[in-house]
Design a protein around this ligand. Structure first.
Ligand code: CO
Length: 218
């Protein structure tokens, strides 16, 4: 998921502590079949998971993302990362939400949504795979989710508001769902041409991407 740029101006990048060399991975654009693929669970012995996570964080920060799912970097596995820290300054949020967001950086492995409850609310979502398109998406306010962290410790946690929102968006990615799928038929029709342009790489984007309908790489 991606934020509007101004909010990102004060993002503090949380770098990994190791001296490993990280790599910014190309983000797959709308239309790539990997974004729609069925994803596999990760086992504890998944090769070089630490390197993959470092690269995913680096890729997400470079693209000013607040979430990134493995299928977006070409891996159809049940893994996503979240970084809500840019929301610590968002005046539209409650004090409690800002406080929570300020430290919310989390790896989600083999996540399973346990329940989604509460009223649906609209939030203007964006996605690193779908640059320049932002639309209001309705989702339920509270979630309970089961997942493993990077050390394969199991958690069952509840989230609400903006934290839940980012998780729901990323969780959709590991199920092959994109936020544009959730729009009305009319909205979908209105953005059809833009989506086609994204697939063809006919777009200006300031981070590294790979487009399915062209050989062009950014
Ligand atoms: Co996304």
């Amino acid at each position: 998921m991606r934020l509007v740029p101004p909010l990102f101006s004060r993002l503090i990048c949380i770098k990994n502590n190791s001296n490993r060399k990280t790599m910014i991975l190309p983000i797959l654009a709308y239309g790539d079949t990997i974004l729609r693929k069925k994803t596999k669970s990760l086992s504890k012995d998944y090769p070089k998971l630490d390197v993959l996570l470092d690269n995913m964080f680096e890729t997400m920060y470079a693209a000013k993302g607040i979430g990134l799912a493995a299928p977006q970097v070409g891996l159809p596995v049940r893994l996503f990362i979240v970084n809500a820290t840019p929301f610590e300054d968002d005046e539209d949020l409650t004090e409690a939400e800002r406080e929570f967001a300020s430290t919310f950086v989390q790896v989600f492995i083999n996540a399973k949504m346990v329940e989604e409850t509460g009223d649906e609310w609209a939030f203007n979502e964006g996605c690193l795979s779908i640059p320049e398109i932002r639309e209001d998406v309705f989702r339920k306010k509270n979630i309970k989710i089961e997942f493993y962290d990077e050390k394969f410790n199991k958690h069952v946690k509840e989230f609400n508001g903006i934290a839940a929102r980012i998780i729901q968006h990323e969780y959709d990615h590991i199920n092959g769902i994109l936020f544009t799928d959730k729009l009305s038929i009319l909205k979908k029709r209105l953005i059809k041409g833009k989506l086609e342009n994204i697939s063809r790489g006919k777009i200006e984007v300031e981070y590294r991407m790979r487009f399915p309908k062209t050989k062009k790489k950014h």
